[in-house]
Design a protein around this ligand. Sequence first.
Ligand SMILES: [Ca+2]
Length: 431
Amino acid sequence: MATLALQATIGLLFLLASVQAQIRGDNLASCSQNDGFGKYCPTTCGVADYMFRYLPGVTTDLMDMERSLEIIANMTTDTEEKVVYMKDSTTSAQKSSQSETNFKRSASMLDDVLRFEKTIFAQEQQILELQKVLTSNQRRMTELDSMSAQLKQKCQEPCQDSVEIQPTTGTDCQDVANKGATTSGLYFVKPAAAPEQFLVYCEIDEFRRGFTVIQRRRDGSADFNKNWIQYKNGFGYLSPDDSTEFWLGNEKIHWLTVGKSIPTVLRIDLVDWQGNKKHADYNMFSLGPEIDMFRLTYGYYMGGEAGDAFSGFDFGDDPSDKSYTMHNGQQFSTFDKDNDKYDGNCAQQDGSGWWMNRCHAAHLNGKYYQGGTYTAKDAGEFGFDNGIIWVTWHNRWYSLKETTMKLIPFTRLAAEGGQQGGMKEFGGLGV
Ligand SMILES: [Ca+2]
């Protein structure tokens, strides 16, 4: 195709050069002698003949050339399209270089996925544990529901007092024993002075002696740091088996000791932390009415191994120690009602209600100290001796383990065999 186009072009150039030479008159004389074309000097007619003879071929050649150009143009278009394609491929290739980053990202995501999977696994384990707890709780709930149903059933039954109260009644525990009661336990008594009956713990021994218990310490379970009203009415718990601590109440003690034809004896039983037991007896014991601040009076100390702490004690601190610490004739004091003979407030300082003087040699409502011995530091804010004290047996920095204060008619105390305030231990603590 390219060769054909080239021959046609050369032919055309040769023709144009001949025409231009004739127009300029070059070799005109010599050419006039030859008419035929192909001779040395062609004529105008020869040129025209030549032109007419070759024109169709040239036209054909030109048309061929046009077609060739079209083909080349088409080829160019193809090439351009190929370039575009290659550019696209390059772009695509460039894009494919980003895929490395994407791969890294994918790897990172895979790590994340693995991590998430681990987390999910751990959480599944936790869920399993929680499900176990839930099951356990559901089981407990079921049990509680069952118990609740049982309790509801029980609550629908008529209420019965589970504490056993003995049927015999009297003016005091000796009266109850005189009526035939032989068992220690809870009884209702109504002294002549009392407006109504009240519950007491009666300690009835083998001699049919009936002690009316007005105070009990045994384990520190009851708080004895109470106010005036509480000491008046009593506090703590009465129990049929003598297992609890209590203060019967100043008003009841007053009723139990006032207007008696037979004098009342106050027996004090004490136990120390070594298990030793000692007692002290006071005859003609009575408590005044509230208007006289439940004043303590007794006729005399009858005896007992524990000694007469109620009559005061000479601590050696001051010549007046004994008179300052005697309790006979003292009014009752609580932290909210100071009836003591001290500038300060003995009941507040020592955390008890008692027949405070200035302040005490006996202190059976004091603070309960495990083990007995204690110090001023143990005593807290005020630092005074505030334990359960009976100084004629143990010193004031020794707190007793158990105490019992109980009442019995003077005539019955001798039932043990004629010894009044003697050395023989009797009655006991019922423990
Ligand atoms: Ca005072």
